[in-house]
Ligand binder design. Structure first.
Ligand code: NAP
Length: 274
């Protein structure tokens, strides 16, 4: 059975650059996934023109049915998967006029809850020596520092559970809708809080792998790609998408004898203090 790597939200931007790099460096099938099949197939065709072979599967991380259909496909065709890169994400533009409560709900829905749902469905299928990379952001560290002491302590805790994290992320959305998020100790950034969620989720999941699947040698990390020229970040960012893909790809291709990094937040291929 072939090895298989999966990248979420990979029809453009950093995700597409990750797929491009994996097509060159990963010995196995590489799945470019997208919520919109048209945009996904177009990206696959673009890679084909470059002489690269990516496969396509539809995946909308906001849609549990779509996630489960992809899960069943991977189980049936490959008996699991070897590499999972959770890259899909959204960000409101700074000048967007949507109320903060709406921005909080919509941003958390995809970046945190969608990513978590993909993990819930696909992590059990990750094979021994597999790699999982959750694309977070340095913004998560900055937002953490702007949280109340009480929240910072919870997000840095080595014993916080996934349920507790979900409750906190849900509370942020509720507080934002009521306009009391800052009074409740949250920073004034929906994107930042969503990425705190991604980084903390990664720390929890790595701990669970240690507890439940130690012998499987799976490495799971969160990372920041850097500030990258994409539709999300705009044309002024210093890095090309290919440069942005470097750290996620490094984490996805760690050698099978590596024990670390695991459960870390990694930027520029370097472990950061959380
Ligand atoms: P981008 O160019 O806007 O690409 C985002 C990708 O995610 C698109 O393919 C988009 O698909 C997809 N996506 C959004 N919602 C989705 C959903 N519900 N299901 C499936 N796919 C979905 O952004 P990017 O800059 O490449 O960002 C990639 C990741 O890096 C994100 O997690 C972002 O937060 C993170 N990041 C970026 C920077 C930066 O400077 N660019 C910095 C730090 C972290 P559509 O085309 O259908 O919208």
């Amino acid at each position: 059975m072939s090895s298989v790597a999966v990248v979420t939200g990979s029809n453009k931007g950093i995700g597409l650059a990750i797929v491009r790099a994996l097509c060159k460096q990963f010995s196995g099938d590489v799945y470019l996934t997208a919520r919109d099949p048209g945009r996904g197939q177009e990206a696959v065709a673009k890679l084909q023109e470059e002489g690269l072979r990516a496969l396509f599967h539809q995946l909308d991380i906001d849609d549990l049915q779509s996630i489960r259909a992809f899960r069943d496909f991977l189980k049936e065709k490959y008996g699991g998967l070897n590499v999972l890169i959770n890259n899909a994400g959204i960000a409101f533009k700074v000048n967007d006029t949507a109320p903060f409560g709406v921005q909080a709900e919509v941003t958390l829905k995809t970046n945190f809850f969608g990513t978590r749902n993909v993990c819930t469905e696909l992590l059990p299928l990750v094979k021994p020596y597999g790699k999982v990379v959750n694309v977070s952001s340095m913004v998560s560290s900055l937002a953490l520092k702007d949280c109340s002491q009480e929240l910072q302590q919870k997000f840095r805790s080595n014993t916080i559970t996934e349920d507790e994290l979900v409750k906190l992320m849900t509370k942020f959305v509720e507080d934002a809708k009521k306009g009391v998020h800052q009074k409740e100790g949250w920073p004034n950034t929906a994107y930042g809080v969503s990425k705190i969620g991604v980084t903390v989720l990664s720390r929890i999941q790595a701990r669970l792998l240690n507890e439940k699947r130690k012998g499987d040698h799976i490495l799971l990390n969160a990372c920041c790609p850097g500030w990258v020229r994409t539709d999300m970040a705009g044309p002024k960012a210093p890095k090309s998408p290919e440069e942005g893909a470097e750290t996620p790809v490094y984490l996805a291709l760690l050698p099978s004898n590596a024990d670390d990094p695991h459960g870390q937040f990694v930027s520029e291929k370097t472990v950061q203090t959380w």
